[in-house]
Design a protein around this ligand. Structure first.
Ligand code: MG
Length: 383
């Protein structure tokens, strides 16, 4: 980030949890950023307010364009085409991909092909197409800076990946850490959504309760840092102060610590490699924190993590299947159609039945995604 020059940024998913927090960071660092475009989903009212406040050149949503008319001069774009237009606009220095779901994949690839750096918060991009995305990023010399707290921590710890022996990803353990498997089997939607540390969207909160979120993060870490699955460990750390760590070949362990706030990793990703005071609320105190606990993950209680390792090692469309089946199962759980524990069983069943395509094209990835979702929904219907 050149000093005295405003960094031009667009946010895909500006009305979501990461997007709104990113705008809080940008508001605090007004003289550092110029917003080119904001794209939201269905919350047209909030997107309109954001347009009035932050004055982007373009806004885009999945709603009818009339809903975005208001007291702003932004050009109104729409749908997937709108996202493509934003992500191919080379005015952008960086694009924050903060939308959730598979909708993030194609725009990310478009931005990379146009040589635009990516601050990546969208999980599906690397879980579904990590090989393609990272290969393209390397080819275009584009930076992919992770926003997720764990990957952001690892990004901050690594100087030279060739000297790293392993990554240690921390997991808060979610709301069922100290509950029995029996309690987990009876869990209600409300209990699954009561995450002890992080306030996030519903899908990711359920994934945190089953620990599938950690599974997806293992796959992302493999792609982001080009490291073997055998060299990625998970440790449960309920306080969420150590956001992740790495161990160098000589045995030195470097961890990144801080209060659990998404503002910090978001700001890191969009201002990298510079650092500013920004939105930091208070200094971290070791003395006040007093203790940090670490526990080996219970793979019997949280078998989703093993499933994710298996999908990652298999490679190809295996991770596409994992992601699609899990997401459909999570939606069914949120709709009250299945129990929390069924999410794992359903995902495993779909993985067992999936015929893996190695080195898939983007079109094949989307076909598999669609097919697995249909199969998963049909299977849940019959349960
Ligand atoms: Mg995370």
């Amino acid at each position: 980030m050149e000093r005295n020059k405003k960094r031009k940024i667009s946010i895909i998913g500006s009305t979501g949890s990461i997007g709104t927090q990113a705008l809080e960071v940008i508001e605090k660092l007004q003289d550092k950023f110029e917003i080119i475009a904001l794209a939201g989903g269905k919350n047209s009212e909030l997107l309109k307010q954001q347009a009035e406040k932050f004055k982007p050149k373009y806004i885009s949503s999945s709603c009818e364009p009339e809903k975005l008319l208001g007291n702003h001069n932004a050009k109104i774009l729409q749908g997937e085409e709108g996202l493509e237009q934003i992500c191919s606009n080379r005015e952008n220095d960086i694009i924050l991909m903060a939308c959730s779901g598979r909708i993030g994949l194609k725009p990310t690839l478009t931005a990379i092909k146009n040589g635009i750096d990516i601050a990546l918060a969208n999980k599906e991009t690397l879980v579904m197409a990590g090989d393609i995305v990272m290969r393209e990023a390397k080819k275009q010399d584009v930076k992919i800076i992770p926003v997720d707290s764990e990957h952001c921590a690892i990004h901050q710890c690594i100087k030279d990946i060739n000297q790293v022996d392993k990554l240690i990803i921390t997991a808060s353990g979610g709301p069922f850490l100290h509950k029995s498997i029996e309690d987990m089997k009876k869990a209600t939607v409300e209990q699954a959504l009561a995450h002890p540390r992080w306030n996030m969207g519903k899908k990711i909160t359920v994934d945190s309760a089953t620990l599938m979120n950690k599974g997806l993060e293992i796959i992302e870490a493999h792609h982001l840092f080009n490291i073997d699955y055998d060299n990625i460990d998970v440790v449960v750390h309920p306080q969420s102060i150590v956001h992740s760590a790495i161990e160098y070949k000589d045995g030195s362990v470097i961890a990144q610590l801080g209060l659990p706030s998404m503002h910090i990793p978001i700001q890191y990703a969009i201002t990298y490699p510079e650092r500013f005071e920004g939105i930091k609320s208070k200094s971290f105190s070791f003395a006040e924190t007093a203790r940090l606990d670490f526990i080996a993950p219970d793979f019997e209680k949280f078998p989703t993590v093993k499933l994710a390792y298996q999908a990652g090692r298999t490679g190809g469309t295996s991770t596409v299947c994992l992601n699609a089946a899990n997401e459909e199962a999570v939606f069914a759980f949120l709709d009250g159609k299945i129990k929390l524990y069924n999410i794992y069983e359903i995902t495993k069943k779909m993985m067992d039945e999936h015929t893996v395509i190695q080195n898939p094209t983007i079109d094949e990835i989307f076909e598999v995604d669609k097919k697995v979702r249909e199969l998963t929904r049909a299977y849940i219907q019959k349960m």
